[in-house]
Design a protein around this ligand. Structure first.
Ligand SMILES: *Cc1c(COP(=O)(O)O)cnc(C)c1O
Length: 403
């Protein structure tokens, strides 16, 4: 084992990795005095991202925005979600997947995870789609489904899309964590009617903060652009027939994105290497790594996560605390939405248990609860050296040997 120098700590979960081109694009923005929420970097970043996402014969229109959350919000608006509308959402995810539904007065209903990819369970989704079938006012027809691809692992897209088609609901993909991950060779975020990606500081590529809305529908992009730029009617004075937002990406920030996009595949490969090293290094312990469907999908391995076997008395928070003391950053799995105080009265569907209608409210038997209780996100920073990663692995191994 190699000895770490003091400056090789802390070991971070995921931090920005810059290359140099980013600064050149920023400099160009300064030199041409294009310091505004529009400009040549924004246009080029959208174009370059669109080419990247469309590589496999697919038309994708991108709209650069100030955050991934803004992209999800505009997707929710495009899907026509309004007051009282039911939206079926991934349960185990970051709150930004579902909050935009609430902004619009819609009602998020949560769908449990499955064990194969940790994403939305198609069987639980079908239960919810059957329940919210529009038969009466207590069972309004679900309006949309929002699926997140957790930690960069594609969800069971074929099955989820089939169900959305069958029941006539719109699919929105939250691909905030999964840029560069593919399913059947196609990029996540391009399957649903609308998709969202994020360039927040710890994502696989970053612009410091930012996001994009993805859609194959050119007129939907136009509408979203209108909302994102304060919904100005075409009049010489400021006239508004609709409520708008200030959601556009800055030309300076887009320069960072252009520089980062050049290196996306390199980032993905490094993330995968980290995942493989954990898998190898943690062998023999009662641990599995976050799973994926290796036949259908290629994750981007944004965060490597471990799942501790049932009945093991080493708990994730013990590892979290012990590693924190060693200045190694880990993070609990996203706390499921149905457990969040702000959403505690929203409905929640699981495959097993619950009432006859399939609804569980704050159930203890859900898969998301189980993964939340046994899982932990590990340092997945692509600047992490082999030596640093060995330090993480050795620290984890020690904790299991102590018991
Ligand atoms: C990061 C993230 C978002 C939000 O993206 P921002 O750019 O931070 O607004 C949404 N959903 C998921 C699953 C995320 O991880």
């Amino acid at each position: 084992m190699c000895a770490l120098k003091p400056e090789e700590k802390p070991i971070l979960l995921s931090s920005p990795t810059m290359h140099g081109e980013e600064l050149e694009y920023i400099n160009e923005a300064f030199e041409r005095n294009w310091i505004a929420p529009l400009g040549f970097n924004v246009d080029a970043f959208e174009q370059e991202m669109s080419e990247y996402l469309s590589k496999r014969a697919f038309e994708c229109n991108c709209l650069a925005l100030c955050s991934g959350t803004a992209a999800i919000h505009l997707a929710v608006k495009l899907a026509g979600i309004g007051r009282g509308n039911i939206v079926l959402c991934s349960d185990m995810t970051f709150a930004a997947t579902v909050n935009p539904v609430t902004y619009e007065g819609g009602i998020p209903v949560f769908i449990d995870s499955e064990y194969d990819t940790w994403n939305m369970d198609p069987q639980a989704l079908e239960k919810a789609l059957k329940y919210y079938d529009g038969r009466d006012s207590l069972h309004p027809k679900a309006k949309a489904v929002i699926v997140a691809h957790l930690y960069g692992t594609p969800a069971k897209i074929d099955e989820l899309l089939y169900l959305c088609d069958k029941y006539g609901v719109i699919m929105i993909e939250d691909a905030a964590e999964s840029l560069s991950a593919t399913y059947g060779g196609r990029q996540t975020g391009t399957f649903g009617k609308y998709g969202a990606i994020s360039f927040n500081g710890n994502k696989i590529i970053t612009t410091s903060g930012g996001g994009m809305l993805l859609t194959d529908d050119q007129s939907a992009r136009e509408k979203a652009l209108f909302w994102a730029t304060q919904a100005r009617d075409s009049a010489p004075w400021y006239q508004h027939s609709e409520i708008g937002y200030n959601y556009r990406m800055s030309n300076v920030v887009a320069g960072i994105g252009r520089g980062q996009l050049i290196h996306i595949e390199e980032h993905r490969e490094l993330k995968e290497k980290i995942y493989r090293r954990y898998k190898e290094g943690l062998k023999g312990l009662p641990i599995t790594m976050n799973p994926y469907d290796s036949e259908k999908s290629v994750p981007n391995f944004w965060l490597s996560c471990m799942l501790i076997e049932r009945g093991c008395n080493v708990l994730p928070m013990k590892i979290y605390e012990a590693l924190k003391e060693q200045r190694i950053e880990t993070r609990p799995i996203w706390k499921p939405m149905h457990l969040q105080p702000v959403y505690k009265s929203n409905n929640f569907f699981t495959v097993n248990g619950g009432k006859d209608d399939g609804i569980n409210v704050n159930s203890d038997i859900s898969v998301s609860n189980d993964i939340f209780a046994r899982g932990l996100c590990l340092p997945s920073d692509i600047k992490m050296t082999d030596c640093q990663q060995s330090e993480v692995i050795e620290n984890i191994r020690t904790l299991f040997q102590e018991v």
